[in-house]
Design a protein around this ligand. Structure first.
Ligand code: F3S
Length: 399
């Protein structure tokens, strides 16, 4: 892989040991994936922020990079952490975990990373433009950035995203290349879709068919005449979870779709497929829901406004977490939505989510509108799941 003079200086240690380590990571990755060069990035999003995932080894790596003079060269934000950074006690986060999580956040802050912890950076200012090269890590956000925004990113791991932040570069391979963004399979959707939960179920149905096809395919989806930003957010999270997809094109809706024609290999998604996906997200052995969560991916302001309408003047009967980004919550504070929601007994769980918080064993069954949350709540936290449309999740919390 060819390096520019400045990149070689990174590798030679002229910008300090952390920048050298970062360039070593990128050079190794570029060599593995056959990249010819590095490309400048305009934005980075780092995942693997929860101390629950990082552990002491991950924290040690971050502390070393901070001590070694690592400084973000471009706008860089974080994925959710393991707690509400300003209010861990309200969510029952153990003090020792909170202390360790703070050390993680401090290490990122020393590296001049913006310590806003969210999987929806595009909702609060980390918003790349069409065609920009970026290095993002969170799978749902990667899928959103590539597909909905038309930016270009591979699905980075935590260390490679940090390396991109500290050098402002990433190896040019995969989704950074025009030729690698072409759709390879048509998906004909004949099922009607209404609301984010349906788009989550669609992501699961499509994702499973892609997995069964056995190759990394880029879907060209047809038959979905409209979709809101929130619905696309749900589709991206689910498609990334169940099909490992980092890019899709949606005819008539996503920005690169018009430059391609539909591939001849075709998968069909019928009403029966959608119903089967919905059913599969509901645990047959479910007895009683004791945990409710909305905000996977993190809620938008529109969704919070809807929630405030549904909860106004009512009391929830179960532990109910509303997960969102802090800047989104701050707007909700000013709009009066936060006061209405908190008066119901529901809790904002800002900076975190029901998957990355250390809550294994605390609850038995989760109600959610997120197909992705269902997957991880089961796989990681061993919760049973009840998958419902947004309004019905709120009704479950009030029941
Ligand atoms: Fe975001 Fe957590 Fe879901 S990181 S996409 S809310 S699993």
């Amino acid at each position: 892989m060819k390096l520019t003079r400045e990149e070689q200086e990174f590798l030679d240690g002229r910008h300090g040991p952390a920048a050298r380590k970062a360039m070593e990571i990128l050079a190794a990755l570029g060599t593995i994936y056959g990249a010819e060069r590095l490309v400048p990035v305009t934005s980075v999003q780092i995942a693997g922020v929860s101390y629950d995932n990082l552990g002491e080894a991950g924290l040690h790596f971050l502390s070393e990079m901070a001590a070694g003079g690592g400084r973000a060269q471009v706008l860089t934000t974080l994925n959710p952490a393991g707690m509400d950074v300003e209010n861990p006690e309200a969510l029952g986060i153990p003090a020792e975990f909170a202390e360790n999580q703070r050390r993680v956040i401090d290490a990122f802050a020393r590296m001049r990373v913006v310590t806003t912890c969210s999987c929806t950076p595009y909702l609060f200012g980390n918003l790349p433009h069409f065609g920009e090269h970026i290095a993002w890590a969170e799978s749902s956000a990667v899928c959103y950035a590539n597909s909905v925004l038309g930016a270009r990113t591979n699905r980075e791991g935590g260390p490679s995203a940090l390396a991109a932040a500290l050098t402002g570069r990433t190896p040019e391979y995969g989704y950074h290349l025009e030729a690698e963004r072409r759709p390879s399979v048509s998906v004909e959707v004949s099922a009607g879709l209404r609301g984010s939960a349906d788009f989550g179920a669609l992501g699961k149905a499509v994702g499973q068919k892609l997995e069964a096809a056995g190759q990394r395919l880029i879907p060209y989806v047809r038959g979905v005449p409209e979709a809101s930003g929130d619905e696309l957010k749900a589709l991206c999270a689910s498609l990334a979870t169940y099909g490992g997809a980092a890019l899709f094109h949606l005819e008539g809706l996503t920005p690169e779709a018009a430059q391609y024609s539909a591939p001849s290999q075709t998968l069909a998604i019928t009403t029966a497929d959608l119903e089967a996906a919905r059913r599969s997200l509901n645990d047959a052995a479910l007895e009683e829901v004791d945990f409710v969560s909305l905000g996977c991916p993190h809620l938008s302001l529109n969704e919070i406004a809807r929630l405030a309408d549904l909860l106004n003047g009512r009391r929830v009967t179960k532990e109910f977490w509303i997960t969102t980004a802090r800047p989104t919550k701050q707007i909700a504070d000013r709009m009066g939505y936060t006061a209405i929601i908190e008066a119901s007994g529901a809790k904002f769980a800002v900076d975190t989510c029901c998957v990355v918080a250390p809550i294994r064993g605390r609850f038995k069954a989760l109600a959610t509108d997120s197909a992705k949350a269902c997957y991880y709540a089961c796989a990681k936290n061993k919760f049973k799941t009840l998958f419902l449309p947004f309004d019905d999740v709120v009704a479950e919390a009030l029941r």
